[in-house]
Structure formats: structure tokens, C-alpha cells
Design a protein around this ligand. Sequence first.
Ligand code: TYC
Length: 111
Amino acid sequence: MSSDKDKNVTRERQEGVAVKERPQTKKPPMYKVLLHNDDYTTREFVVLVLHHIFRRSESDAHTIMMHVHNNGIGVAGVYTFEVAETKIEKTKQLAKRYEYPLQLSLEPESD
Ligand code: TYC
């Protein structure tokens, strides 16, 4: 069986067209969504957000919320840029509706 690379080399030879030798397997850049502590947002609301928007189990949601409560900041999840932005936007809208000052931010995963 001839490999993709062999097919590409054949095409380059026959048609004079350079073709990428590797299929696009490169992983997209990933971003951490950070949750910030404050004195006004209720613990229950933060757990609700982590469970329903960030798809954490109830138990993980509670652990993450307590981590943020105790340390000032924590990771809600790691996503591609678009997914991260969408989750941040949904959370901000929900927080606004309930008049909580909950803050979130985005950070590249590798730094
Ligand atoms: N510190 C808040 C309280 O005691 C709870 C809280 C946790 C708020 C995490 C924000 O990202 C947060 N009610």
C-alpha cells in the first residue's frame, strides 16, 4: 500500500506541484479560562457556572470553586480560543443577569 507521502511525491514528480507531506495533525493552541475570586458572588453561583457552562461534575465544580475562593484564582477549563471565548461570554451574561461581579480571563496554556 502506498503512503500519503508516496502519493505526494508522485504528484510532485508528475505535475510539478509541491504538496504538503504530512496530513494536518497539528493540535490547535489551547487556552486556560481563569476564574477570579471576589467577595460578592455566591459559592453556589460559581458551582452552577462550573457545572453547567464548564461541564464539570458537581464534585469538581465545588473543588475548583473552593480553590479559587482560597487562592484568588483558578482554572475553570482548557479550550480552543473560540470555545474559551464562548464560555466566558455565557458566564459574563449569566453573572450580569444575577448582578454578580464574577471575573474571568483567558491565558495561553503553555506559559
Ligand atoms: N469568595 C466568594 C464567597 O465567599 C465565592 C467565590 C468563589 C466567588 C470563586 C468567586 O470565582 C469565585 N461568596
